[in-house]
Design a protein around this ligand. Structure first.
Ligand code: TXA
Ligand code: MG
Length: 429
């Protein structure tokens, strides 16, 4: 037997290999992959010319090997999710082992190559290009916020109507001064508590922000993302970046690079693959220009968290909106939709015997189900459910089903954002 010349070494936690399909195994065996069985305490002495990688869903396994010079890639399995709080923001996380391996193929020398990816992306932004990039919520499709022509191309690429304003992403709080003339003490308090993080603040806009960004409104929506690589990318571009989610208009949002490729290939200049999004639903949009602070869109920061800091806030209930009163341009009643018809129901019993119906549930269903079912969080954790939401919608959408039925989540914490997306993704059938 001849040993192939190993340039890049990939160690994969043995338990992650077990559930792989035979197609994926074949693909893996064509690469130079070394599989380690999990034996706590034993750190393999593997070195290579290129990078050395460890793919695992256990932070302790990754940590031990990263101190040995390995690049750790974290997989969001059920067990992985349970440890997510221990995973530093700079680690790359993935929904699937396959996504992690694709990342390695694009970045064979690890972080060094990823930094180069960020630099190339930043150059495209400087030249007026469109770059799809990761954030902790969903992937964005960005352009320089002060370049009206470049921003116009975002609307064209997505097929998005011009009356739907964009969020401007900043690398630090100082950049806010270039976007807003009037940052109130209340705004500062919210920034100090929730930034970096999934909270977008709607504030009075400065004249230098082009009208195309704000759909002609006198206000601008701003957020400072939690993902440290996103902030690095924006810093390298040396400008705030205007970006909506990187999906075709009205369709399901992307939470991995693969999702962006599936929907928007050919419509952007460059894609930064930063792995899976750790929050999984969009940021909360909070207006500070209404008489009372008002949540225009529930999202990654919960109403409860905001109210604990600033007291009661208004929130636009779904029922009011669906009767035609739009609180914010761009908040459509049909949005985030898969191609397969979808409905939300609090009682799934009528559908469990249908093989042509896919179910999205919070926990695993008690009874047997004939069709495909994806439970967003078997232990009932709404944060885990949010991370898995759009992936589940996309995976079921690819199965040629007659219908997707999603279970309504508890209307609390992140459940409010998830229910909002589920209802908007639904159609009358
Ligand atoms: O998490 C997120 O917010 C993601 C990532 C990429 O940052 N972005 C995102 O953008 O969800 P988009 O375009 O899909 O949704 C932005 C929403 C708009 O639909 C609109 O309702 C609201 O933010 N918005 C933006 N500017 C506004 C303004 N000046 N006044 C009121 N609402 C505004
Ligand atoms: Mg969107």
């Amino acid at each position: 037997m001849t040993t192939p010349e190993v340039k890049t070494t990939i160690l994969i936690d043995e338990e992650l290999l077990k559930p792989l399909s035979c197609h994926e195994e074949k693909w893996l065996s064509s690469l130079s992959v070394i599989v380690i069985p999990y034996t706590p305490g034993a750190a393999p002495e593997v070195r290579s010319e290129g990078g050395s990688f460890i793919i695992s869903d256990r932070p302790d396994v990754i940590e031990r090997l990263t101190t040995n010079g390995f690049v750790g890639l974290f997989v969001l399995t059920q067990r992985g999710f349970a440890h997510l709080d221990k995973v530093p923001g700079s680690w790359f996380v993935f929904h699937h082992v396959e996504d992690a391996i694709n990342w390695i193929m694009d970045h064979p020398r690890g972080v060094e190559d990823f930094m180069q990816t960020l630099r190339v992306g930043a150059e495209f932004i400087k030249k007026g290009g469109l770059v799809a990039f990761p954030t902790e919520t969903v992937y964005g499709l960005g352009a320089c916020a002060f370049n009206a022509e470049a921003v116009t191309r975002i609307f064209e690429a997505k097929g998005r109507p011009l009356d739907d304003p964009l969020i401007v992403h900043v690398a630090n709080k100082e950049q806010v001064e270039r976007l807003s003339t009037n940052v109130s003490p209340l705004t500062r308090m919210l920034m100090d508590r929730f930034w970096p993080g999934p909270l977008t603040l709607v504030v009075p806009k400065s004249p230098s922000v082009p009208d195309i960004v704000t759909a002609g409104l006198p206000t601008v929506a701003i957020r400072l993302p939690a993902n440290p690589w996103t902030r690095k990318f924006i810093s390298l571009a040396r400008t705030p970046i205007a970006a909506p989610s990187a999906n075709a208009f009205g369709r399901t949002s992307p939470t991995s690079a693969r999702h962006v490729i599936e929907q928007l290939t050919g419509r952007y200049d460059f894609l930064i693959d930063g792995g899976a999004c750790r929050v999984g639903v969009e940021s909360t949009v909070l207006s500070l220009v209404h008489p009372k602070p008002t949540i225009l869109r529930p999202g990654g920061v919960t109403k409860e968290e905001i109210e604990a800091l600033i007291g009661p806030v208004e929130a636009t209930p779904w029922q009011v909106e669906s009767k035609g009163a739009k609180p914010s341009p761009g908040l459509l009643t049909t949005h985030y939709a898969p191609r397969t018809p979808m409905i939300v129901s609090s009682d799934l019993r009528a559908y469990t015997k249908r093989r042509d119906v896919g179910l999205i549930t919070l926990r695993k269903p008690h009874e047997s189900v004939s069709g495909p079912v994806i439970s967003l969080s078997p232990r009932g954790d709404l944060r885990e459910a949010a991370i898995n939401l759009y992936r589940a919608m996309r995976e079921l959408d690819q199965m040629n089903l007659a219908l997707i039925v999603a279970e309504e989540m508890p209307q609390e914490g992140l459940g409010m954002a998830i229910n909002d997306r589920l209802k908007r993704a639904s159609r009358k059938i």
